[in-house]
Ligand binder design. Structure first.
Ligand SMILES: NC(=O)CC[C@H](NC[C@@]1(O)OC[C@@H](O)[C@@H](O)[C@@H]1O)C(=O)O
Length: 262
């Protein structure tokens, strides 16, 4: 038999050096970042009265992006459950919204090093009699789809009716109109909604094993390395501490993000 020797001609598409140079982080648009975030997770990420995104995560990320030389950072509101898939498919350069780093989520996206560790909190009304997690049985509790609160509640609050919502606002309005007995969300957001609507803090569950990180698409090692470096710099020069005190006044401060003793 005649052996057909296939001559594989290897075509190397050489990307012009300039293209690689002016977009080392593989951004959708060089020098510009499109970031998926939330409008209703005050004080982490939210839109103010003028419709501008602000909050701890927003200001911290913007500071970090500027350290990468990225001048223009645009935040776009998304339902939480849509953020990671949209970051993974390149619709956004990053996802920033107090997104806890977990092995499950790291199958879809890559995360930077963590920048915020805190609690998951149960929020209720003063008339429900809910005092702690033991009093959640047979009650209706709202969670935002795709959050750690959803997976934690599904695993641990087996006697509780879980109702899934696209965002915090929808869940909180159901709590306020009485169709829910509680909502399970992040500690600082719970505090903000409690102040605004005279709601009551019922329980805090530590989530230190899943600190919030910046979500980026996989296969972007230069972007990840640059973001990690900038995050560490922002912690070391006291930026992180200043922003934490600005947005979470009076809250216990995790030690691991403070300037290391020189
Ligand atoms: N913005 C949201 O609704 C995110 C909800 C939820 N945040 C959990 C968390 O990242 O919030 C910030 C810190 O307290 C972390 O320790 C915590 O895991 C999550 O990642 O699912």
């Amino acid at each position: 038999a005649v052996a057909l020797i296939a001559s594989a001609s290897i075509v190397t598409l050489s990307v012009p050096a300039s293209a690689a140079d002016n977009n080392p982080y593989g951004l959708i648009e060089p020098g510009h970042m499109r970031v998926a975030s939330l409008g209703d997770a005050k004080p982490y990420t939210f839109t103010d009265a003028a419709g501008n995104f602000t909050g701890f995560d927003i200001e911290f990320f913007t500071n970090v992006a500027h350290r990468l030389g990225v001048k223009q950072v645009d935040f776009i509101g998304q339902d939480f459950s849509g953020i990671l898939p949209a970051v993974a498919n390149g619709q956004y350069d990053a996802g920033v919204a107090a997104i806890g780093i977990t092995p499950e989520r790291a199958k879809t996206v890559d995360f930077t090093t963590g920048y915020l560790a805190g609690y998951l909190s149960v929020l209720t009304r003063s008339d429900t009699g809910i005092k702690g997690v033991e009093t959640l049985a047979k009650r209706r509790m709202g969670v935002v789809q795709g959050t750690l609160q959803e997976s934690y509640a599904a695993k641990h609050f087996l006697q509780t009716d879980l109702v899934r919502f696209p965002d915090n606002n929808a869940a909180i309005s159901s709590l306020n109109n009485g169709t829910l007995d509680a909502v399970f969300l992040d500690y600082e957001a719970a505090k903000s909604y409690a102040d605004r609507f005279k709601l009551v803090h019922a329980a805090d569950i530590p989530s230190f094993d899943a600190p919030a990180g910046i979500a980026i698409a996989k296969q972007k090692p230069q972007l990840k390395a640059a973001l990690d470096k900038a995050i560490k710099e922002a912690m070391q020069d006291g930026t992180w501490k200043r922003l934490y005190e600005k947005w979470f006044p009076g809250s216990p401060m995790p030690k691991q993000y403070l300037p290391a003793a020189q």
